[in-house]
Design a protein around this ligand. Structure first.
Ligand code: XMP
Length: 512
């Protein structure tokens, strides 16, 4: 068991996810967990997460200093490293140049072979940073292993105590050797042996769902994305004859999406009840411009439609939905309660008490790539497993400003042209998600010798594995040109197209 102590990082769950990917069991505990509880778990290793606060602040989250004396191998990441440094007499200061996104890590050459943490890691490598503070003076009992251009101590360690720290985030996929470094920490430094797999997860979740639902009846809310399709397949195998799948068409789906979803599920032998709720969603969203409000309204309306549908099923006891870990994390339902709220994901607010349904969320602890792995294990075809993600609140969060049927139709057309052209390009397979955004901004153009004053649309295509970090895709200019030509020619009311070239962080993938 590897314990991850949470200081409120957006990436805490990702650490667990990477640890599991390496085959180890892992659990998150808040930073203020009593030390006895930590000791009772008999952890083979402990990882201190990053966090949004600064160790230099008054009342900054800290940990019982006994932890340093337990002899358990310890790795501090970002805030975790700064905390170790501060506790061992080093200095932490606000960094003159904040580092967000990719940086080049340079290992101190002469120490390269000596540190087990960096075994088989190239001496120069790309890492992902997200910090405002840095260690300005290293504690004397620690050795510096690496630096980046703006961070003199990007990795440190005390091999005798088996305590290490890294300023970068080894848990995110954009840190090239991140997994290797975590593997080194768990296998080489801590000497642990792997025993967790998605197969063992499937076995555990199947028996716990059976026990939880018993003879009950489950209404299953589908969004049509990868997650909900994999969830319904799992449930139809686990609870045959007990599930009632419904798909809510809120009018903010992509081009022909409802038809495609229903057909794909019919092929899997899963009949689904389509509920057309377009009018009520547009009514509820009328004149709402704020992204967070839109998300909350979408979530509320979903629940209300579900409630109405549940009443039509006599004896229904449970509601299942395909919530996955990133939805939970980014809505700041973090273990420590410290994580900053980025956006309200549509399906994590919990259920109103009056619903009297128990919630079944078989994917709540999985990341997208784990969900896909589960899909493979369940025997789903690649065409379903590799579908690009689509957010629950749909196009509502891809049109800045008001949500209207006309704008939804316009966006659907732009989005369809964009994705249609991308699919013709060989690089499409590397794209994790691609979509268009109505920006609500009007710009001047000239169409057929006439002045136009029409909407600016943005297009975004990113690579990612889990949605937690993302990089923009270098689409060839010829492809971009074709996309822009088609959009401005074929979609009325659009006279300009821009391509979003921002990584996550500092941006998120969606615009709202
Ligand atoms: P962000 O925009 O937070 O998105 O970087 C990360 C991934 O999550 C998707 N997303 C959502 N998915 N409900 C969902 O089911 C939501 O409310 C939601 N918001 C964002 C987003 O499309 C991306 O894949």
């Amino acid at each position: 068991m590897v314990i991850v102590i949470d200081f409120g990082s957006q990436y805490t769950q990702l650490i667990v996810r990477k640890i599991r990917e390496l085959g180890f069991r892992s659990e998150i505990l808040p930073f203020n967990t009593p030390i006895e509880e930590i000791i009772n778990k008999k952890p083979g290793a402990i990882i201190l997460s990053g966090g949004p606060r600064s160790v230099t602040e008054k009342n900054a989250p800290t940990i019982n200093p006994l932890i340093w004396t337990l002899g358990i191998p310890l790795l501090g990441i970002c805030y975790g490293m700064q905390l170790i440094s501060q506790q061992f007499g080093g200095k932490v200061a606000s960094s003159p140049t904040k580092e967000y996104g990719s940086s080049l890590l340079v290992l101190n050459k002469y120490l390269h072979d000596e540190s087990p943490l960096f075994k088989d890691v190239p001496s120069q490598d790309t890492v992902w940073m997200s910090h405002g503070d840095y260690i300005s003076s290293l504690p004397s009992s620690f050795t510096a292993y690496a630096s980046t251009e703006s961070c003199p101590f990007a990795a440190m360690g005390n091999p005798e105590k088996r305590i290490y720290g890294v300023q970068f985030h080894p848990e995110v996929t954009h840190t090239h050797s991140g997994k290797k470094i975590l593997h080194n920490f768990l296998s080489v430094v801590a000497g642990l042996k792997p025993d967790w797999s998605i197969k063992s997860y499937l076995e555990e979740i199947t028996s716990s769902i059976k026990a939880f639902v018993g003879e009950g009846k489950v209404i299953v809310a589908l969004s049509g994305g990868v997650d909900s399709t994999i969830m319904i397949t799992l449930l139809s195998k686990t609870l045959p004859g007990q599930i009632y799948p419904i798909f809510i068409d809120h009018g903010l789906l992509r081009f022909q999406e409802a038809d495609e979803v229903l057909q794909a599920l019919a092929k899997l032998g899963i009949p689904v009840n389509l509920v057309n709720a377009q009018d009520r969603f547009f009514k509820a969203l009328k004149k709402v411009k704020d992204g967070e409000k839109k998300r909350k309204i979408m979530g509320r309306e979903f629940i209300m439609v579900l409630e109405a549908e549940a009443q039509k099923i006599p004896g229904v006891t449970h509601l299942a939905q395909g919530t996955i870990y990133p939805d939970v994390i980014e809505s700041a339902v973090s273990v420590s309660g410290l994580a900053a709220k980025i956006k309200t994901h549509h399906n994590v607010g919990g259920l109103p008490k009056r619903l009297r349904l128990k919630l079944v969320e078989p994917l709540r602890y999985l990341f997208k790539d784990e969900v896909r792995e589960l899909g493979k294990l369940l025997g789903l075809p690649l065409s379903i497993i590799e579908r690009r993600p689509f957010p629950g609140p749909g196009l509502a969060v891809r049109m800045l400003g008001e949500v209207t049927m006309d704008r939804a139709n316009k966006l659907r057309m732009v989005d369809e042209i964009f994705r249609d052209e991308l699919k013709k390009w060989e690089g499409y397979k590397n794209i994790w998600q691609a979509f268009a955004v109505l920006t609500g901004v009007k710009t001047v153009g000239v169409k057929g010798d006439e002045r136009s004053y029409e909407e600016l649309v943005a297009i975004r295509a990113v690579s990612s594995t889990d949605g937690m970090t993302a990089d923009w895709i270098e689409i060839p200019p010829a492809v971009l040109r074709k996309i822009s030509e088609r959009i401005t020619r074929e979609v009325a009311g659009v006279n300009r197209v821009v391509y979003d070239i921002t990584t996550k962080p500092p941006s998120t993938i969606e615009w709202e």
